[in-house]
Write a protein that binds this ligand. Sequence first.
Ligand code: C2E
Ligand code: MG
Ligand code: MG
Length: 621
Amino acid sequence: MINKHLNILLVEDDEDDFILTRDLLYEVEGVSYDIEWASTYETALEAIKRKCHDIYLFDYRLGERTGLELLRTALDSGSKVPVILMTGQGDKEIDMEAMSAGASDYLVKGHIDAQLLERSIRYAVERKKANDQISHMAYYDSLTNLHNRISFKESLKQTITINKGCDKITALLFLDLDNFKRINDTFGHTVGDDLLKEVADRLKKCVRKSDCIARNVFNETNHTIARLGGDEFTIVLSAGHIHDAANAAQRILDALSSPFELEGDKMFITASIGIAVHPLDGEDVETLIKNADAAMYHAKELDKNNYQFYKKSLNETSLRRLTVENSLRKAVENCNFTLLYQPKMEISTGKIVGMEALIRWEDPEEGMISPTEFIPLAEEMGLINPIGEWVLRTACAQNMSWQKAGLTPIRVSINMSGRQFKQKNLITMVSDILNDTGLDPRYLELEITESIVMENVNTTIATLNDLKKMGLRLSMDDFGTGYSSFSYLKRIPLDIIKIDQTFIKDIHSDPQDRTIINAIIVMAHSLGMEVIAEGVETERQLSFLVASKCREIQGFLLSSPLTSAEATECLEKEALGDGIGVRLYRKITDRFDDITAVQRVIRQEEGTGRVFDAIEGNACE
Ligand code: C2E
Ligand code: MG
Ligand code: MG
């Protein structure tokens, strides 16, 4: 059946001829036409570009140009709209040329009446419909209306070419239903077919939820779902990252997991999915298909109902990483982090003089993830800057709120990553945050590591100097584990050096560590820097540090990292004269009424192994 309403583009440079043809069209009963008139070749081209017509009627003579040229241009631009060409006089040659160029019909103006025109239009439109149907059959699967194997391959090839140009990867998901044969055998082919149709619908639906899936994985224009035959389906995706493909695969498995209602029965079906990624797993269509298929078989071997990437190693080593990467991205979007605060004590007074902000990420599925695991990952993924900025802002705001509550001002320190020093606007970011929160720079300390400085000595030192000029404090974290050379150390405007916890750990058993600690302290003092020891867990360790003139300590002996509420409470007690540091200090000084006596003992006993027993007052030899 021909459409009852048709949009026509009538290209005619003679107004009288236009009116004549238009009136003929209006004479026809049973069909209504919307007619757009283009009087020049150029306006016609513009109208064609809009792609809103069912049929084109072109006059042969269009000023200097011809309707035949227009026809060729339209076809070249991919137009599938049927074209009827009209001329003033019949000319067999033009007729032949028009038909071989692809015109649907060729009419001579003087001989056209309403009936002839209507019939010519009707035939053209019907022929086009039939053609469309045939090509649909050639490219689509008749059962599910998804793409078939031929168009799937074409589309995969095209997607690869497009994605190559814009740095995206192309992922091929090869899906095979688990135990489908059993359903076919038990319930018959009609039920099997219905199930396949329903599976196709679910695939389409879960692929259409483009808003739910990050970064356009399932953009309408970027994916193709196909049925290759039987219960085999493929999905071609364009993605920014491999984990987009993993995400999509999981989404599909989830979509299939709810029961299928067929003939009043509830049926459950699962699928196994293999994933091959261009360019990692193959450069061309055939290799990718082969590898995705192999990965799918691997998924079947692994108990079905799961997805596997082609490379086995990728599965094993990267899958947890993929999951973590993925949730890390979300955590950054939603700011799913908290800061703990670990107190620092001044040894000579027992006062809490600072708090180190330590980040925590609690992932809903993976649980608590340590910064030692996710900070390097965040660095690699380019997420460290937003995280670092959040840490800085939160810690400064927290410190400001302690000051506003009337507590004795302390310094808050935050840990910096190497990547943050590559950030162009680091200085502006820090000064903006200080401005926004109102925190005096001298209450902010940045902890850097030797490796940060070593990565790019000159620029990093320049940046550190700029930061220092702003008035904040700089600390060298984990000192002794890197490769600091003294010449660099002199050039860095450090306020304090933090002796790494590995040296503190073995104070009582390793005389070498004691020597190193003493050497670090002497060196720091000679460069005008202070020293703090981290990871102090026992009174023995503290006693040694007291005697070695270490300025500050931090560690479980004093306090483990605290939540912000706990840290507030800790500072409130401190203000009342009952702080954890003061108590610890009393305990130590009660035992040694004269600190210099301890030093004397250490000097005498150094190297004999009895030093700590002596300090603790229970030397037995
Ligand atoms: P770090 O800066 O050297 O922090 C000290 C780590 O030792 C912390 O681990 C702390 O909880 C732990 N610790 C404190 N006292 C003791 C003790 O007495 N004994 C022992 N055995 N451990 C103690 P945490 O919180 O897991 O942090 C690990 C590392 O992650 C930090 O080492 C730091 O390099 C990094 N980090 C933490 N927060 C951030 C952050 O916000 N940004 C960046 N870039 N890195 C961070
Ligand atoms: Mg630190
Ligand atoms: Mg440290």
